[in-house]
Design a protein around this ligand. Structure first.
Ligand SMILES: [Zn+2]
Length: 498
């Protein structure tokens, strides 16, 4: 007689709360966890997890997979690193209104031509219809809202334009979007004053409503002013704040994360719910257009990215010139025998905003300081584009667990899992996710803490991690021993709902 659909037997179970692991079985029936403990009944299927860690599925709170979950619903690059939920819509890049969203995401998916949707409710229905392999929660990207309301106008919105944006935010809130995101170094988010964002954030529903997530106006010389702006928006609108990919960018700003972490601590002590996310690498990635627009190649760049050298910038995607991918701007300039400015101009003329780059601008000590801080959760910020995407797209979560937990000992395994699961689910209000207990959804990862490792590198980024035994989404095995099973068991998640 079988009692359960699946029993994960005798693993070290981490419940996602940060509590140490305990040896236990995990029984699954349907899409839910039936029991955690000593399970006597057999499962129709059993996974022997002796010597392995059993964790809630990882929640990637920072993604740009809005279209990828529809266009390549198996999402192998995510589920095979243990990710069972994606939060899309970060950095102001959103899917509503549809035309603005399509225009934006064609930079990542040049041939995308999905069936249009109406509002965030419509998008979430599309996700359910596409049935991707992982769950999807959506942030409302301010950049797309602003583009829809007022194109690229470099001025404050009129009353009518602001009303239009506010109406979309209200629609998103009622449809179950998890919050509002901004990208304040990007077109057109960079043209928004703090007051505009506060007005939109006021529509989120206050302390118990959606959160405000921000790719801040500056991660370089003016990092601290930018953190203050984010906190002010949270305070004045009365909403929780999520600082995206917390970092200090540009060599002369290295070490400043100690001050930005202090600002977060001070705000928290005043009662503002401020946290952050981070990807575990010293290189970032964004569009070459944005790098140039923010003046990153100027020696004294006042822009949001800090100062970069041409040797620090690697081409990640160039859809029309795959041969450029994986080369630095410096190498291209040498090969072409032209100046850096001309190289940049030539690449932008050929590829426009579809050219993404990897930028080496951070300090490893800063990465560790941010990761060690209790306000940081993990988010990949992966961009699913090009032949040489930043390796975080495939390796983020395994890199934290292998390189930073086991090898560098920045924090312990239970805490690292918490920052990928329970902490993330609570902040983004994903009910019954990010936890292993009876009644919760059966999003589960089984992995070997002794061997888990990212294998994706800057040179060879499209490689899946090793050491992950099984990945379950809503009770269904979608990944097994590094292979996708083909199963697509994900759902659209709506804020605060089961
Ligand atoms: Zn960003």
């Amino acid at each position: 007689m079988t009692l359960h659909d699946l029993v994960i037997r005798s693993g070290t179970v981490y419940d996602g709360s940060g509590a140490p692991g305990v040896t236990a079985d995990v029984a699954i029936r349907g899409d839910r966890i039936a029991a955690v403990g000593a399970v006597t009944g057999r499962g129709a299927r059993e996974i022997d997890a002796r010597g392995l860690a059993v964790s809630p599925g990882f929640i990637d709170v920072h993604t740009h997979d809005d279209f990828a979950v529809l266009l390549e619903p198996e999402m192998a690059f995510k589920v095979l690193q243990g990710v069972t939920t994606d939060v899309v819509g970060n950095c102001g890049s959103g899917v509503v209104p549809f035309a603005a969203g399509l225009q934006r995401f064609r930079r990542i998916h040049p041939d995308a031509n999905p069936k249009p949707w109406d509002g965030f409710g419509g998008y979430l229905e599309h996700v359910d219809e596409a049935r991707p392999s992982l769950n999807v929660a959506v942030l409302m990207g301010h950049g797309s809202l602003r583009r829809g309301a007022m194109d690229l106008a470099q001025r404050p919105p009129s009353r009518a334009e602001l009303d239009e944006m506010c109406a979309w935010v209200r629609e998103g809130v009622s449809a179950g979007a998890v919050g509002l995101s901004t990208g304040l170094i990007y077109e057109p988010g960079r043209y928004a004053a703090t007051e505009e964002i506060i007005a939109l954030a006021r529509e989120l529903g206050g302390a118990a409503g959606g959160l405000y997530a921000t790719h801040m106006r500056n991660e370089g010389d003016a990092l601290l002013e930018a953190v203050r702006e984010a906190i002010r928006i949270g305070e004045e609108a009365g909403v929780p704040v999520q600082i995206s990919h917390h970092k200090a960018s540009g060599r002369r700003n290295w070490g400043r994360v100690r001050d930005s972490l202090k600002l977060i601590e001070d705000a928290r002590s005043r009662g503002v719910d401020v946290t952050a996310d981070q990807y575990p690498y010293t290189a970032g990635s964004t569009s070459l257009f944005a790098v140039v627009q923010n003046g990153a190649f100027r020696r004294d760049s006042p822009g949001g990215i800090g100062t970069l050298a041409a040797s620090d910038v690697l081409i990640a995607s160039a859809p029309k010139h795959a041969e450029w991918e994986g080369q630095t701007l410096e190498a291209l300039a040498q090969a072409w025998g032209v100046a850096i400015e001309d190289t940049v101009e030539r690449v932008l003329a050929a590829e426009g905003e579809a050219c993404f780059v990897v930028t080496f601008g951070m300090d490893e000590a800063d990465v560790k300081a941010v990761m060690a801080h209790p306000t940081t959760m993990i988010g990949s910020d992966g961009v699913p584009s090009g032949g040489k995407p930043h390796p975080r797209l495939y390796g983020c979560f395994a890199r934290v667990l292998g390189h930073y937990v086991r090898d560098a000992k920045v924090f312990d395994l239970a805490m690292a899992i918490h920052r990928m699961t329970g902490m993330s689910a609570k902040k983004f209000q994903l009910v019954d996710r990010g936890t292993l207990r009876a009644g919760a959804f059966a999003d589960v990862v089984v992995f070997d803490p002794a061997t888990i490792a990212d294998t994706a590198t800057y040179a060879e980024p499209r490689r899946h991690p090793t050491g992950i035994r099984a990945v379950l989404v809503n009770g269904v095995v979608v990944g097994e021993d590094g292979r996708h099973t083909g199963a697509r068991a994900g759902r659209a998640l709506r804020r605060g709902r089961r």
